[in-house]
Design a protein around this ligand. Structure first.
Ligand code: ZN
Length: 111
């Protein structure tokens, strides 16, 4: 996979510059839409003319080259999050199970 080079116009001075996905710093964002993971990277590069930092966001993994993103923290976070979700579901399930149990007990005792 070849990393892409994007030509952008500097938002400050209007000069054309390129952002090399192989060298530029980037941040990673991950959204979950309809159960599908959408990952995007925002690459940052300083304008060689005025040093303003310009950014370009890409959602196409094919453009990113071989560099790995800082995903470890996010995976840990999402792991934690799914853990919490599971715990919440268990609490809800237990709550309803308990309610159901109480209902059965009431029915048994009152009939
Ligand atoms: Zn500039």
């Amino acid at each position: 996979m070849e990393a892409k080079k994007v030509k952008v116009l500097c938002k400050n001075c209007g000069e054309e510059m390129s952002i090399d996905f192989n060298q530029a710093q980037f941040s990673t964002a991950l959204q979950i839409i309809d159960g599908k993971k959408h990952q995007s990277r925002t690459y940052m590069e300083k304008c060689p003319h005025c040093e303003t930092i310009n950014t370009v966001t890409s959602e196409d993994k094919m453009e990113w080259g071989k560099r790995k993103g800082p995903n470890v923290k996010f995976i840990m976070f999402s792991g934690l999050f799914s853990c919490l979700t599971v715990i919440l579901l268990v609490i809800v399930a237990m709550y309803f199970a308990f309610k159901g149990f109480q209902f059965v007990m009431d029915w048994l005792l009152n009939s």
